[in-house]
Write a protein that binds this ligand. Structure first.
Ligand SMILES: [Zn+2]
Length: 102
């Protein structure tokens, strides 16, 4: 999994061990999966490429990543994709919840 996003090695290692499932839809990653939809992709939870700490970097599946695109987290959670998949502020991973208000 080449990292083209300028994510520090230290962050990368922590996140790879933490996010065994998509941080959004919860799909379990397979080590060797190179499928564009179900494979792991690097995600900046807040769309700011300068935020490369473990609190803003996560792994999500290709399908969630391409759906989220440049939307903010809140906008995206209200999208058709999330509604259909049952992705809500309650169902996402803890690292994502931390970015959502109470
Ligand atoms: Zn996903």
């Amino acid at each position: 999994m080449p990292n083209r996003w300028g994510i520090p090695k230290a962050t990368e290692e922590i996140v790879i061990n933490r996010d065994l499932n998509c941080i959004y839809c919860g799909i379990r990653f397979q080590e060797s999966d190179s499928n564009r939809k179900t494979g792991r992709t690097w995600e900046h939870i807040i769309n700011d490429l300068t935020l490369t700490g473990v609190e803003n970097i996560g792994l999500c599946c290709g399908s969630c990543n391409s759906s989220k695109g440049i939307k903010t987290l809140q906008e995206w959670l209200n999208s058709k994709y999330c509604t259909e998949k049952g992705i809500t502020s309650d169902s996402v991973a803890l690292v994502v919840k931390k970015h959502l208000g109470p």
